[in-house]
Each structure stands twice: as C-alpha cells, then as structure tokens.
Design a protein around this ligand. Structure first.
Ligand code: AMP
Length: 544
C-alpha cells in the first residue's frame, strides 16, 4: 500500500474538490448571515496561511483563538495546522487569570479574537505581551472596535489582512504525528492542562465520529455544532463535516432557545450537538412559544449527563431523538455514542427510555474498561461500577509540556476520572466523576442517579448531590435543589420521588433549597465549590 501522511489540509482539499458546493453558513458577530462553500473555505484558508507567514508564524508556533463558531474561526482551524502551526482554541468563559496563564503556557504568538471579546483581549494584553505579538480582530474594517493593547502587541483587522494577501500557497506534507491543535481542560482544581492533538489523531477521530452508529454525518446532512469551537474542537464536527462533505451551520454567540430554534429551522439543520443546558433552554422556548423543529432529526447531547426528562420530552413532544455521547478533552473528545445494537431493537418504550440514559458504546479504534480500587477489571454486568479507563490513537498520553506517557498507567491506559458501569452489550453509564462519588459505609452511591431523579420533579430547575462528611457513615448524600421560575419546592415531595427508584440507603439525608448553583466555564456543576461550602453540613448538624 502507498504511504501518505494524514494531513488536516487534505480533509479540506477533499471537501473542496469533491463537495465544493457544500455550504458553510455562519451567524456573524456583525449580525449578518454569511454563506459560502467548502471550496471557498479551502481557498480562504490558503490565503490565511499566507497571512500567518506574514505575521511571522512558522511551523510549530501556537496560534490562539478567542472566538465563537463562525467562518473566520473555521479558516484559522484549517490554515494554522495546514501550514504546520498549532491552532490553540481558548475558552473565553474561563477566569481572566486562567486565560492569561493558558496563553503564556502555550506561548501563543498571534491571537485571533471575535469583536465581542475585544474588552477581554485588551484586559489580557499586558499579561501576555511576553508571547503574543499580534492581535487580529475577526471582522472587517468598518467593525473594528476601539482598542488599546499593551506596548509590543500589534492590532490588525482580519478582513484587511486577507484582502492584502494572495492565496498562492501549496499545502505542505509532513509527519502526520505533528501537533495540529491545542486545547486546555477546564479543570475544577489546579491550573488548566493542555492537550495537544495531532494531524493523525484528528483524522482518525473524524473518521470514527462520522460513522453511521456515531454522529452519522453524510454529504446530505446539515450539521450545527452548538458546542463551541473553543470546547474541544466543537467535538470534532468542523473536521467530520468537511470529511463527509456535510453542510456546516455555525451559530455564533446567540445560543438561547429562540435563536437556536430560528436557525435550526431556517437552515434546515438535520443534526445538532451540544450540552444538556442548551437543550433545556431550547425545550423551554419551544414549549412556551408553540414553535416546532421542522427538520432536526437527531440531537447529540454530551458534556454532562442528560436528565431523562430531556430525552423523553423531545421524543414525545417533538419527534426528535436525543442521543447521548460521552468524551473528554483528553479523548479528542468523543469516546462513546449511544446507538442501538440488535439487542435494543425490540425494547419497550420504558426499556428504551432507560437505555437512552446510558452514554453509549465505545467508538471503533479505541477501547475501555472499568476497574476497582486495586486496578482489577470489573465485570460488564451493568451494576458493578468502577474507574473508567481508555486506550487508543486519539487519546492523550501526556499533558502539554509533561513527559511522554506520563498520563498513562504501566499498561498504557488513561484514567478518565469518571466512574461508570458497563452492561453486557458494552454500553457505559457514567455514575460520577471519581471525586464526586459518595462513599457511604464502604459502598458507593452515584450522585448523577440521584440528581436525575430530583430534576424529574416539576418544581425543580436544577439539582446537585454532593458527598457530605458523616460521623457514622463517612459520607452521606446531600441534595441541593434550585426552584423552577415562580415555583417553591416541597422537599418531602422530592424525597417521595426516590421511592422504588433507588435503595433506601441511597436516599439523600437532607434536601436544601438554594437560589442557584455554581458552574464551571463549560457549564458543568462546580462541585468543588459546593463541597467546600457544604461538606461539613452533617457534622455541624450532628454537633448541634
Ligand atoms: P471536558 O473535558 O470539559 O469535555 O469534560 C469531560 C468530562 O465531562 C467527562 O470526564 C465527564 O465527567 C463529563 N461528561 C462528558 N460527557 C458526558 C455525558 N454524556 N454524561 C455524563 N458526563 C459526561
């Protein structure tokens, strides 16, 4: 067989040559709808490679982005790795201290910034002037925001730079193991850690995620990643869409229910992907407005566990399948997807509903196992739960800057930090983060199971269960609930929901009604914060 390095640029040249008229649609920061094709994305990316050269970017340099999902950001996604540099997407929702730490740690040479992050970029500038030489605003000359940057950092306008450049550039070929993109985990403790993807890992991940039993993306698909391009490469969809020739719809920054419903319908989107919070917002909007989803067939949900209500409401009220995927920054990110096997075909509605709560089965190419505290592999019986470990060619072996393989155990497995069950058909169900699991009298209680039951109560908007220290049992579950708008919560009626659903000893000892719950920059519950505030709740109570 011929050998040919798997280059990210060749995903794009394939799209341009074989799906040249496939559409890329963007809601822009200038409040317009921008349309062009994969053929245009490729020629613009070549032009951008020339711009990057002019800005002094060379192979191996890091090119940072602070941007929503849009076509200019997509061009950086392809131009930077295409020329051998590294596209470093930065999560603008992180604390400014963490952002400047990340930029300095990555040593970003240039930053590409959306105009809505102009103030953020100005505030960051004095702290990152050691590495950043140019800030390029992703807009045209008419929309350049007034900005003052630190001395030594030049300000430029994307469209102007592009107008001045030519696209006389040929994509180079080099080792497929070269780094292509960089993404920092949002870590709830300690500093963010960088995960460096390669051309090869990105290709393999794109192939695997496009498969029929995963995202099922085809040339006729119209896909809309709601998940931001700054959150693990929008789950790889910008690459999978180009690979398959699917049309790509990029929503910009307005991700509320009304904006989403409008865009999904007007752009005839067939498949969309994002975190449960976005789908809860969409559901609330659809219910209150009476709007329908006209073309969406499937919604991928991931990033945190989807409550049963979400899956059932979209299925019963809108005829849309909400499908679970699971993954993490270190897995590029998709590890599992919930698509049926023959055994699931004849399930009753109730059985199917329970099955859809699982996070799915492993993608071909990577593998998984669950282990107990001593590292012994646990059975795939759907009940035993243990630490989930993964292995494969799109899984990190170390964090950026650390020694190779330093994130692996002796046998080459990566510990995900998630706790899961695996059923006899190979479907995982995440029961917790390992640091969130509740250890009561030597047995484990799943906080996610308890949260899912709490949010099925009509008056509960959001729930968190944490392990609170207990004088007798070591830890016991403490449930915190936020009332739905205009509602009050009767704790006894929430507790009643647990009857017959979980073992008696799993029941939360107390239910506290709170006004809101803290979240991380990627929208996950910030349980470290809750633990600090409430970990001694039962101890204090017992003493009192
Ligand atoms: P991140 O690296 O920010 O994408 O976060 C990864 C973590 O999110 C995983 O380790 C899980 O704890 C959590 N996660 C991702 N997808 C799911 C899911 N479908 N259900 C439950 N937790 C999830």
């Amino acid at each position: 067989m011929q050998t040919q390095d798997l280059m990210i640029s060749s995903i794009l040249t394939h799209a341009a040559r074989h799906h040249g008229s496939g559409e890329v649609v963007s809601r822009t920061e200038e409040n317009t709808t921008h349309r062009y094709t994969w053929r245009d994305v490729e020629s613009h990316s070549r032009r951008l490679a020339r711009v990057l050269q002019k800005l002094g970017v060379a192979a191996g340099d890091r090119v940072g982005t602070l941007a929503w999902n849009g076509y200019r950001h997509l061009e950086v996604y392809y131009a930077a790795p295409g020329m051998g540099a590294i596209c470093h997407t930065i999560n603008p929702r992180l604390h400014a201290d963490d952002i400047s730490y990340i930029i300095n740690h990555a040593q970003d040479k240039v930053l590409f910034v959306d105009i809505s992050f102009a103030a953020l970029a100005s505030a960051l500038a004095p702290h990152v002037s050691g590495s950043v030489k140019t800030v390029v605003m992703l807009t045209d000359a008419a929309h350049m925001p007034p900005m003052t940057l630190a001395p030594g950092i030049a300000l430029a306008c994307y469209d102007q730079l592009m107008d001045e450049a030519d696209d006389n550039y040929a994509w180079p070929s080099f080792d497929e193991n070269t780094a292509s993109a960089l993404c920092y985990t949002s870590g709830t403790t300690g500093r963010p850690k960088g995960v460096l993807y390669s051309h090869r890992s990105t290709w393999l991940h794109a192939y695997a995620t496009a498969l029929p039993d995963v995202l099922c993306i085809k040339a006729t698909s119209r896909v809309l990643p709601v998940v931001p391009m700054f959150h693990v490469n929008a789950w790889g969809m910008p690459y999978a869409a180009a690979l398959t020739g699917a049309s790509l719809v990029l929503p910009g920054r307005h991700l509320d229910g009304a904006s989403m419903a409008g865009l999904l319908n007007s752009e005839r989107v067939s498949f969309t992907a994002g975190v449960p919070t976005v789908w809860m917002g969409l559901l609330q909007y659809l219910r209150s407005s009476g709007d329908r989803l006209e073309t969406v067939q499937r919604i991928m949900t991931g990033g945190s566990a989807a409550p049963p209500l979400l899956i059932e409401a979209f299925r019963d009220e809108y005829g849309v399948a909400v499908e679970h995927g699971w993954g993490m920054t270190e897995i590029s990110p998709v590890g599992t997807y919930n698509a049926p096997k023959p055994a699931q075909v004849g399930l009753t509605t109730d059985q199917a509903a329970a099955h859809m709560l699982k996070q799915g089965r492993i993608l071909p190419g990577i593998d998984m196992k669950i282990v107990d505290g001593d590292g012994n592999e646990l059975p795939w019986d759907g009940t035993a739960f243990g630490d989930l470990k993964v292995k494969g060619p799109w899984i990190a072996n170390a964090y950026h800057g650390d020694e190779p393989d330093s994130a692996l155990d002796e046998a080459g497995w990566f510990a995900t930090g998630d706790v899961a069950t695996i059923d006899p058909d190979g479907f995982i169900q995440i029961t917790d983060r390992s640091k969130d699991v509740i250890k009561s009298g030597g047995e484990w209680i799943s906080s996610i199971t308890l949260e899912n039951i709490a949010v099925s109560h009509p008056d509960v908007a959001e729930a968190a269960v944490i392990a609170a220290a207990h004088p007798k049992w070591d830890e016991r579950p403490l449930l915190l609930v936020v009332p739905a708008p205009g509602k009050t919560i009767d704790p006894a009626s929430v507790l009643a929901l647990y009857q017959d659903k979980v073992a008696k000893w799993w029941l939360p000892d107390e239910i506290l009604v709170v006004a809101d719950l803290p979240h991380t920059a990627t929208g996950k519950l910030l349980k470290t914060d809750l633990r600090t505030r409430f970990k001694d709740y039962y101890v204090r109570d017992a003493k009192a």
